[in-house]
Write a protein that binds this ligand. Structure first.
Ligand code: NAP
Length: 293
């Protein structure tokens, strides 16, 4: 069994990005610029944003964080998005989701210029991904594909089971895994809350991607010997022994499942760091204008 080290892989990818940025700036070009919009003061969103800002520094990007209170109107937020769409110094930007209930997430996503949509959530980017065209890929699925590639994990002809069908993880990772590409070329089954026989389906899987947000959902009896298990789940579970008062739990019962696997990602330190890395990759691409020329 091999543990997939997302933290170390992300560190290497960020170093590669920093090297490219150095070349850009040495050639007299400006570095990539990422803006981020954060609405409210949710602890999880705050820490994701802090990590994103830190990653920008590590990669040599310029960045800024634009904050709004919870009660910002949808109209005001859309105005800010319009401003960022039109600002030539901003290569890409993200709006931290979820937004407060009075704001329509989808309306916000669609207001972003798809050429600056480095989260890869705009329908143009989702559509391009689904027909195999270059574009900004949703960060978490792109990070998973990088892990499979960098660890040389054979995917061609394998049966991949994706648990979860969200627009940001389940659907795009299923799409990427079934593309005629390497990694890819899998036969994919997607399971969700109406799937009747999840245990049996998982037992047939060569690769399991768990993206449910249900701590410990994937148990030992659901995994066949030698399977590859990618755990996307990150649920904050109260833990009085931690200074933060919580710990992050994956969707996989790691202790019991790991010994059966050929490869497995831990939580934390698996998929999470790769997500931020993909955002950095997308921002560099946005700066270079590679995707849409
Ligand atoms: P989501 O939008 O809540 O989607 C969860 C999916 O799981 C849904 O499709 C849901 O089915 C399915 N599901 C939930 N309970 C189920 C059950 N008991 N049996 C079968 N299917 C079930 O979640 P998400 O945004 O994709 O995120 C999933 C997890 O990944 C969360 O823990 C999140 O924090 C984590 N995440 C981590 C990263 C990272 O960077 N590491 C990034 C994104 C998300 P229905 O569609 O039928 O409701």
């Amino acid at each position: 069994m091999k543990i997939i080290d997302g933290k170390e892989t992300a560190r290497r990818i960020k170093a590669e990005i920093a090297e490219e940025v150095k070349k850009l700036t040495e050639a007299g070009e400006r570095p990539p610029y990422l803006s981020a919009i954060l609405v409210g003061h949710d602890g999880g969103s705050e820490s994701y944003m802090a990590n994103k800002v830190k990653a920008c520094e590590e990669c040599g990007f310029d960045s800024d964080l634009i904050r709004f209170d919870d009660d910002v109107t949808e109209e005001r937020l859309l105005e800010e998005i319009k401003r960022l769409n039109e600002d030539p110094k901003v290569d890409g930007f993200i709006v931290q989701l979820p937004l407060p209930a009075h704001i329509d997430d989808q309306k916000v996503i669609e207001a972003i210029d798809y050429r600056k949509d480095v989260d890869g959530f705009h329908p143009v980017n989702v559509g391009r991904l689904s027909i195999g065209l270059p574009g900004f890929r949703s960060a978490t699925p792109a990070g998973i594909m990088d892990l499979l590639e960098r660890y040389g994990i054979e995917t061609k002809g394998k049966h991949a089971v994706v648990l979860g069908r969200s627009n940001i993880v389940g659907k795009p990772i299923a799409t990427l895994l079934m593309q005629k590409s390497n990694p890819g070329d899998c036969t994919v089954t997607v399971c969700h809350s109406s799937t009747k026989n999840i245990k049996e389906i998982c037992r047939e899987a060569d690769i399991i991607v768990a993206a449910l947000g249900r701590p410990g959902f994937v148990t030992e009896d659901m995994v066949k010997e030698g399977a590859v298990v990618i755990d996307v789940g990150t649920t904050r579970v109260p833990d009085a022994s931690r200074k933060s008062g919580f710990r992050l739990c994956g969707d996989v019962d790691f202790e019991k499942v790991a010994p059966k696997c050929s490869y497995i990602t831990p939580v934390p330190g698996g998929v999470g760091p790769m997500t931020i890395c993909s955002l950095m990759k997308n921002t560099l691409m946005a700066r270079k204008g590679d995707y849409f020329n």
